[in-house]
Design a protein around this ligand. Structure first.
Ligand code: IMP
Ligand code: MG
Length: 175
């Protein structure tokens, strides 16, 4: 396995404080209602675990698993559903929870698919909004950190399935 050179870009403390803020925003926006978080596997597994504990509302959780074809650090734009939702979303306040939005193809595909099932409301929450390579017009309602470009790993984010367990987010220097 080729070890990548990387350095910390966003610390665990920064991540925790942004998640606390998003949790407060969601709590305020949906006061008196229940929310349904839909985590996009695998990258969002740590984010959703921390976020759900910052939301002071009745909450249910489900997951989808999407994969975009292509290798390395580029998205192809062809999205495959590998795991569907298990709970109905009709008339629920659904919040999609993503690790990172890059080209936007993954989210656009999921957003349109979920919209079709008539949720009461449909919002997008992403820990990282990477703006430089956006190809579709899609905007997250809740954003942790906005960055321009670069390939990042850690806190759920992988490079060829590795590094998801790093507690901080690192930038890969030779991506
Ligand atoms: P999009 O469809 O191009 O927006 O790609 C989104 C998906 O690509 C994310 O859910 C990640 O799985 C992956 N991705 C995009 N940028 C990065 C990155 O910098 N590090 C790790 N994964 C990334
Ligand atoms: Mg992802």
């Amino acid at each position: 396995m080729l070890e990548k050179t990387h350095k910390i870009l966003y610390s665990r403390e920064r991540i925790a404080s942004e998640i606390k803020r998003i949790g407060q925003e969601i709590t305020r926006d949906f006061q008196g209602q229940e929310v349904m978080l839909v985590g996009v596997l695998k990258g969002s597994f740590l984010f959703i675990a921390d976020l759900v504990r910052e939301i002071e509302l009745p909450t249910v959780i489900d997951f989808v698993r999407l994969a975009s074809y292509g290798s390395g650090t580029q998205t192809s734009g062809i999205i495959e559903f590998r795991k569907e939702l298990e709970m109905p979303i009709r008339d629920r306040n659904v919040i999609i929870v993503e690790d990172i939005v890059d080209s936007g193809y993954t989210l656009e595909c999921l957003y349109n698919k979920l919209l079709h099932h008539q949720p009461k409301s449909l919002k997008i929450c992403t820990l990282i909004d990477k703006t430089a390579r956006r190809e579709v017009e899609i905007e997250a309602d809740y954003v942790g950190i906005t960055m321009d470009d670069g390939f990042i790993i850690g806190y759920g984010l992988d490079h060829d399935e590795r590094y998801r367990n790093l507690p901080d987010i690192h930038v890969v220097e030779d991506a």
